[in-house]
Ligand binder design. Sequence first.
Ligand SMILES: [Cu+2]
Length: 194
Amino acid sequence: MKKLVLSLGLIIIALGIYLFTDYYFQNRKTNSHRYTQSPLKVDIYGKQFKWIFHYPGNDGFFGSTSGALITEENEIGLDPNDHWSKDDIIAYEFVVPTNAKLETTLTSLDLIHATIETPIHGKHDAIPGFKIPMESTTPLESISGEFACSQLCGKGHNDMTTTYSVVSYEEFEEWMNKQLKKRKKVESAENGTK
Ligand SMILES: [Cu+2]
């Protein structure tokens, strides 16, 4: 009887160690981070002849946008006075971390464009006046490639291409910070000339 209790105890301990290490290494392997839990949101805009990516920044909330605010410099009409816009990022390449829940919307600022299918985003039309929502999960491994327009949209159609990159969470954070610094620099230069 004593032996049975002892071996049962050992089995339970061994099982515990096995489950813990499995959980621990699984977590490390999949590189869990904030966007593993709550989705990273990106609003994607097509415009002759480029792609524009609006990230809500660290606070996770998009600053409001308005057609009335659209200028050559402020292409999506981001409201600089909305406090949610303070850390927003406008990028011209699609960068996401590995193993992230991703929620995107797709729209167009002029006529109909369309994305191509990539490992992070399906093929979809970008239609003016509509924000088409899409959900996906990004790959576990770093990967990059072309993000192009698949709708013949004018004479610059072939130039309407940029890149997508799936990078580690740390690299993604670094990229976000760099983009934000770039934006602040441009804004303070603009304010300086006013
Ligand atoms: Cu296009």
